[in-house]
Design a protein around this ligand. Structure first.
Ligand code: 16G
Ligand code: ZN
Length: 533
């Protein structure tokens, strides 16, 4: 049975603030760091139960608030294959986090153990990490108390990126199997990615230096380390690398700044020459945005949609060149935020599916293809190769030298891509491979298709829970009548499209609009926002 006395003693040191309600949402738990002590302690307990339930497999815990302000923090659980926590357990996390007293916490634990039929005699193993936020250290201590309370075998992965933690979880759990994911260390990750990258660009002309905006976050040290492994195969020039001065994480820089402001981080202005490509990571290095300045100094953004288009077309071509187009189906997964220009470009080339916002939806939909490419416009995404496809690629006998080369490239792509979750550094290597193979600069990449001008606005409403959507969040079913008013407006705009959805991470409703010209996209967004308000 549960070690009640130990749990009670430790839980009393991490009381829940009375006035707060916590919700395990699309990004796990996320709020001000100072409010998270009790939540993180309880996540430690839950991670132990999850591991026991899965026969002692290692579960991941990541403490980060990603692109959000420095004072925020958050926590997410990672399942044994390196994926997001199974959806049905989100409710268990929420229940534990909201138990008001130590007694209710213990009875909630008891209920979970019996309703989920958890065998408490099983071992529990966890690997955990945090980003560079100032609240991180004390939250890790709360988490460790949670581990202590359930006698969990815990491995501290230190300060590292979200995708590296996901990698470690998968690597640890596949260590003794026929298909180890990689060495279960940060060096193992670096070696796997950089090794495959070097093979993929061998024989190509030297790649010019790439500027990376590290958002003053945890991506800094990982990018620095990766740069050493890459050597001259990809020279990296790092900016926004100050992870200790207070207040500057994600501030005026980073992938979310670039996407939402659609402009150059001011700190890069003196460093970026026209035509030179650069990219931004977010605060935990799981999102990536590319950009460049044209000859007139105008800013051009290459977002998740552009990355998806670049990568998917490349993979489709390789599959054809390998003589496998009859055997391997490549598909794309997007959300409603995907630019209409990208959806048109991609639909002409391969199957495209639209799913609700949030990585778990994209990831699961991508698993239905042999090779599934998923990217959110915000720069989060990856490519999944199904297990059967990986076997096929490894065992297929090519009949020409050209087929053989394409096959080798595909097998190396499997290695360079972090398939557990979106990974800014892995995605960056992927992009650089395609640019090198296509001999593209940012300009040619950008011209694959033209983005429709678009606008995203936030609307604060009294109760966002009344906004209910269908059709992958592209249509509202509630409040009644609102969707037909939106439809009437949209019809008045050339290439107009607009949708309204409640945010999963903030207490707001989001309105997206696009149209043929900028002024029309802005106008449509504000008129739809007017209907919502
Ligand atoms: C979270 C999601 C991200 C999504 C965003 C939407 C994960 C790991 N992250 O950051 O995919 O784009 O939420 O936020 O699932 P919103 O619901 O506030 O628009
Ligand atoms: Zn992130």
């Amino acid at each position: 049975s549960l070690p009640i006395d130990t749990i009670r003693a430790l839980a009393n040191e991490h009381p829940k603030p009375g006035h707060l309600h916590f919700q395990y949402g699309t990004a796990g738990f996320r709020t001000l760091g100072v409010n998270l002590d009790s939540v993180i302690f309880r996540v430690g307990l839950l991670a132990g139960l999850r591991s026991k339930k899965l026969d002692g497999k290692t579960i991941g815990v990541m403490i980060t608030a990603s692109h959000n302000p420095e004072d925020d923090n958050g926590v997410k659980l990672v399942d044994p294959r390196g994926e997001m926590l199974e959806a049905s357990w989100e409710a268990h996390a929420t229940a534990l986090a909201n138990a008001t007293t130590t007694d209710t916490l213990i009875s909630t634990l008891d209920q979970l153990v019996s309703s989920l039929r958890i065998d408490l005699s099983k071992p529990a193993k966890v690997v955990y990490a945090r980003d560079t936020r100032p609240s991180g250290a004390s939250l890790v201590a709360s988490l460790e108390d949670g581990f202590r309370a359930l006698n969990i075998e815990a491995r501290n992965a230190g300060i590292t990126t979200t995708p590296i933690l996901h990698y470690l979880v998968r690597a640890i759990n596949t260590k003794e199997t026929k298909e180890p994911y990689g060495d279960d260390t940060e060096e193992g990750y670096m070696q796997k990615l950089s090794g495959a990258f070097k093979k993929l660009v061998a024989g190509k002309p030297a790649i010019p230096p790439l500027i990376i905006d590290c958002a003053n976050g945890v991506g800094t040290q990982a990018a620095r380390e990766l740069g050493q492994y890459l050597g001259s195969s990809l020279p990296l020039v790092l900016h926004n690398t100050d992870t200790t001065s207070p207040g500057i994480l994600n501030h005026g820089c980073g992938a979310d700044f670039v996407k939402t402001q659609q402009k150059l981080p001011p700190s890069l202005a003196a460093h970026l020459r026209p035509g030179q490509r650069a990219c931004s990571l977010d605060g935990d290095a799981d999102r990536l945005m590319y950009f460049y300045l044209d000859d007139r100094g105008h800013f051009h953004m290459l977002d998740g949609d552009k990355i998806a288009a670049l990568v998917a077309a490349f993979i489709v071509d390789l599959v054809k060149s390998a003589g496998l187009e009859e055997d391997i189906r490549v598909g794309i997964v997007q959300t409603a935020y995907a630019n209409g220009g990208s959806t048109k470009y991609l639909s002409e080339r391969l199957p495209v599916r639209c799913v609700p916002t949030g990585v778990k939806h994209l990831h699961h939909a991508a698993e239905h293809y042999n090779i599934g490419v998923y990217f959110e416009a915000n720069g989060h995404g990856t490519v999944l190769f199904s297990p059967e496809t990986q076997v096929k690629l490894a065992e297929h006998q090519p009949s020409t030298p050209a087929q053989s080369t394409a096959l080798t490239h595909l097998n190396n792509l499997v290695q360079v891509i972090n398939q557990t979750v979106g990974d800014a550094l892995s995605d960056m290597l992927l992009v650089e491979v395609v640019l090198a193979h296509r001999s593209y600069s940012g300009i040619e990449w950008d011209s694959l298709y033209v983005d429709l001008p678009n606008r995203l606005v936030k609307v604060v409403v009294p109760d966002r829970a009344i906004f209910k959507t269908e059709d992958a969040e592209r249509r509202l079913v509630n409040p009644p009548g609102l969707q037909s008013k939106i439809d009437d407006l949209v019809r008045k705009y050339e290439s107009g499209r607009s949708f309204v959805r409640p945010s999963g991470t903030e207490d707001v409703v989001r309105v997206y609009a696009e149209a043929r010209v900028r002024a029309q996209a802005d106008e449509l967004a504000f008129r739809v926002a007017g209907l919502v308000y």
